[in-house]
Design a protein around this ligand. Structure first.
Ligand code: DCP
Ligand code: MG
Length: 472
């Protein structure tokens, strides 16, 4: 059988490089794109990185590290446009291209030697083509027999790099690879691994698969697998959205449940309306809460039937919230629907995989309102964060960038932390009686139609729900 080759392509300092390309006066200078999300750096030019400026750093810290830093606001539409161009260029090489975020993609290059020559030649051709179609942006390319190694390889010679990891070199490469480079191994896992004396992927293999399974469950098996160079994931050229979610970060942390419920209503409406537009419906409702100390938890409940009804989503989210003892003031609240069932209402509208890139990078933002930052997201299972009680991934793209996000579908760092973790536990919640669901569908349809005609703000649902009577 032909040698399997996966390529990973990642743009260099993407947002910052675009700004430098479009504005020559920024070239060769330390540039940071950002300012939103409570003032963090989205992207830093390589000149800025020399001062220690990098993504996710508070802008105030960045300016302290590099006082001459030039801060420019982001232009998401421009980045998205270039991103589409890049993905289209990659599809000239292989039909199997999987956009993994706004600036990175996997490409299955297996068997393409006949067309493009050895894999390193193809890597160079890809880089040249990307440079060409973008008008001057460089990328870094990694090629390896499996996905996660390709991703690590693209980072080896960044920026403007090319690194080919040949099958015969994989074992040696892994022997010294810091274990934290394996996707899914986060800060917490690193502490646990350090206690076992495990620092490199090679060290992982000193213990048996059974040991890792006993110790860390599924996450342990994944770790052992990756450390052995195994990654069965295919390059998936297109995947259906697997969750729909909305969340808000408050300007001020709050413990006011009535206020939280009001936000849940607005979010349920956003999620419900979006699902209905796409002719989707999901069984699992997930409530996400991020506390003032940034600790994130989620609670899920699965209904017997898929729903896209605003009121049902809202009711379930409220039940999940009611069952929750708030450990601290709340910084962010969100609701998501996942575990999509068969759509009952006719043909689905196709969604572009790049509209909402995974991992929160450049995620679509639906704007900022008076009280807080609002984000909606469509998650594809592999990008989403928390796992619901039934194993379905839930809660889609978030605009808050957590550095430890596992972009590659290996279970998140929590998975290695063993049992007792908070997220994804089922809370007792009753189901909606079907007659009610029917009435709700009708009401949704009527309100959607009104909104289509008169705009999103035309219908305020709270009063119809008798919102005030809901207070506990
Ligand atoms: N991004 C963001 N917030 C983050 C991380 C990334 O907004 N915390 C955005 C800006 C980046 C883009 O996503 O330009 C791509 O992310 P990468 O992690 O690939 O970082 P860069 O492309 O900026 O740099 P590198 O050259 O290291 O890939
Ligand atoms: Mg990049």
């Amino acid at each position: 059988m032909a040698q399997r080759w996966i390529m990973h392509i990642d743009m260099d300092a993407f947002f910052a490089s675009v700004e430098q390309m479009d504005d020559p006066s920024l070239r060769g200078k330390p540039v940071a794109v950002g300012g939103s999300h409570r003032g963090v750096v989205s992207a830093a030019s390589y000149e800025a990185r020399r001062f220690g400026v990098r993504s996710a750093l508070p802008m105030s810290t960045a300016l302290r590290l590099c006082p001459q830093l030039i801060v420019v606001p982001g232009r998401m539409r421009r980045y998205a446009e270039l991103s589409h161009r890049i993905m289209d260029a990659l599809r000239e090489f292989s039909p199997l291209v999987e956009p993994a975020s706004v600036d990175e993609a996997y490409l299955d290059a297996t068997g393409l030697e006949r067309l493009f020559g050895p894999v390193e030649n193809m890597g160079m051709a890809v880089k040249a083509r990307v440079l060409d179609v973008t008008g001057g942006l460089t990328c870094s390319v990694g090629a390896a027999p499996v996905k996660f190694l390709a991703k690590i390889a693209s980072d080896v010679n960044k920026p403007n790099g090319l690194f080919i990891l040949y099958p015969e070199d994989v074992a040696e490469f892994l022997r010294t690879l810091p274990v934290g480079r394996i996707p899914g191994v986060g800060k917490r896992s690193l502490d646990a691994l350090e206690q076992l004396g495990v620092r490199s992927a090679g060290d992982v293999l000193r213990y048996s698969r059974e040991f890792w399974e006993r110790r860390f469950g599924k996450g342990g098996v994944h770790l052992h697998e990756r450390a052995s160079g195994v990654d069965p994931r295919e390059v998936e050229p297109y995947s259906e959205p697997k969750s729909e979610s909305a969340e808000n970060t408050f300007a001020e942390d709050t413990a006011d449940r009535a206020l939280l419920r009001r936000w849940l209503l607005a979010q349920a409406e956003r999620v419900g309306a979006s699902l209905r537009r796409q002719r989707l419906a999901g069984r699992t409702i997930t409530l996400k809460v991020k506390y003032a100390d940034f600790r994130s938890i989620s609670r899920s409940h699965s209904l017997p039937e898929p729903t896209a009804s605003t009121e049902t989503i809202f009711d379930e989210a409220c039940r999940l919230l009611d069952a929750l003892t708030l450990a601290d003031k709340v910084r962010l609240i969100g609701v998501g629907v996942s575990n999509f069932g068969p759509a009952h209402h006719g043909p689905r509208q196709l969604t572009l995989p790049l509209e909402i890139p995974g991992r929160g990078k450049g995620g679509k933002e639906s704007g900022q309102d008076r009280k807080g930052r609002e984000t909606t997201g469509r998650g594809k299972g592999r990008d989403a964060g928390a796992r619901g009680a039934d194993g379905a991934r839930s809660v889609g793209t978030s605009a808050e960038h957590d550095e430890q996000d596992g972009p590659d579908g290996l279970d998140g760092p929590e998975e290695l932390a063993g049992p007792g973790r908070q997220s994804g536990q089922a809370a007792p919640a009753a189901s909606i009686p079907p007659p009610d669901e029917k009435r709700r569908k009708k009401l949704d349809a009527a309100l959607d139609a009104l909104r289509d005609r008169h705009g999103r703000e035309a219908v305020v649902r709270g009063r119809l729900f008798g919102f005030d009577s809901r207070k506990k």
